[in-house]
Each structure stands twice: as C-alpha cells, then as structure tokens.
Design a protein around this ligand. Structure first.
Ligand SMILES: [Zn+2]
Length: 233
C-alpha cells in the first residue's frame, strides 16, 4: 500500500531480537568474568599451572599450552593439540582465569576420550559453514524465481547451522562439568572458589544457548519469507 512497505521487512525484528539476546549473554560473560577476575585463588597457582596439572593428571602429555592474543579467545585446538590461553587468562591467578583454563582442559580430555559429541561437532563444522554461506542466497533466489521448492532447499541447508549449534551445547556443558569436578576433587580450588568459577563457566555456556536461540529465530524468519514467496505465486 505504501512504498516503504516494500523496503521494510518486518521479519527483520527477529534478527534484532536474536542480536540483542546474544549481546546480553556476551555482556554477562564479561561482567561475571571481571567480577571473579578480582578474586585470587588461595593456593596462588596460575591458570597455566592449573592447566598443566590437569592435563598431566589425565595422562595427556602431548598437548602444548600456548598464549593466544585477545580477550577470552581461549580454546583447545585438537588438530595441532594446543591449549590456547588468552591474555586475560595466561599468568593470572584469579578463580575466573582458572575456571576458563580448566574448561579448555575439559575439551582436551574429551578429545583424549573420543567423546562422541566432540567428534560429531568436528564433522559438522564444514557442513555448518556451507549452511551459513549458501542458505540465504538459495532462499532469496527461490523467492525471486518464485520457486517454493528452491526456497525450501535454502531452509534445509540452514538446518546444518542449527545442528552445529545444537551439538555445541553438550560439548560445552560437558567440558565445564569436567572442569569443575576436577577443580573441586583435586582441591586446586576450595569450595567457595569453585562456586565462583562455576558462575563464570555458566555465563559462558549461556552464550551458546543464546546462539542456538538466535539461529532458531533465523530459521523461523526463513520459513516466514519462504511462505510469503509461496503466496505471491
Ligand atoms: Zn568450550
């Protein structure tokens, strides 16, 4: 009816909601991390000393602990067997830094024990990449050509992204669970310190839940757009 209606896509609100939820989750991680980055562990050990202790006691001798640039860019890389600790974590004695380092050790232990969801996630990475690159172009092409079939293929391709986000959840929750169990059983951290490390890891886990939720919103948006293409036929 009005010209602007052709230019304003109301389903874009779903993208905005997804982005806001992800931003809140990410802000919570940084707030929680900086709160417990001020609490130093009573044993006075550094994050990389803890990582080294955990890896050795799990019998993992061939994983190197490295420093990686950035803030909370910590990761475990199974392809070159490195445990990468960020500037915010390396050399730090805070319970927050120790929680993050132990979490990455959790991934190294998953790798050592051939943890199924970790393997599945590694397999799903290339498919998820294809999904995130091709789903929208295929969907839009389907809408332009007035082919609901093609538009639906775009949606199906996007399901690889959803599958990846889904399989990430058990991998992340399990790594944190292992980390906190080891930290408390080995008495690296005391009970109240474990509780603080748990808060940091719980906030970090919520970013993966937010990412999954925002992927579902995007899927819903794609279904709406594909459906409107159908009606225009
Ligand atoms: Zn992780």
């Amino acid at each position: 009816m009005y010209p602007f209606m052709y230019y304003f896509d109301p389903t874009y609100i779903l993208v905005i909601i997804g982005a806001i939820i992800c931003a809140i989750a990410s802000a919570r991680v940084h707030i929680t991390y900086s709160r417990y980055d001020r609490v130093h562990n009573r044993r006075g050990v550094t994050a990389e000393q803890v990582a080294d202790m955990i890896l050795r006691s799990a019998g993992i001798m061939d994983v190197r602990i490295m420093r990686v640039n950035g803030n909370l860019t910590d990761n475990y890389n199974p392809s070159n067997r490195t445990l990468n600790l960020s500037d915010a974590v390396m050399g730090k004695t805070s319970v927050a830094a120790i929680g993050v380092a132990a979490h990455e050790c959790g991934h190294a232990i998953q790798d050592q024990q051939n943890y199924g969801p970790l393997r599945l996630r590694a397999i799903s990475v290339p498919l998820a990449n294809i999904g995130s690159y091709l789903s929208w172009p295929i969907l839009i092409l389907g809408v332009i050509l007035g082919s609901p079939k093609l538009a639906n293929i775009g949606i199906i391709v996007f399901l690889f992204v959803i599958a990846f986000e889904l399989i990430t959840l058990p991998v992340e929750f399990n790594a944190s669970h292992r980390a906190l169990k080891i930290l408390s059983e080995s008495q690296i951290l005391e009970r109240d310190e474990v509780k603080k490390a748990r808060s940091v890891l719980a906030a970090a886990a919520m970013t993966y839940v937010a990412a999954l939720f925002s992927a579902f919103l995007q899927l819903f948006r794609m279904i709406l757009i594909a459906g409107s293409a159908d009606r225009d036929d």
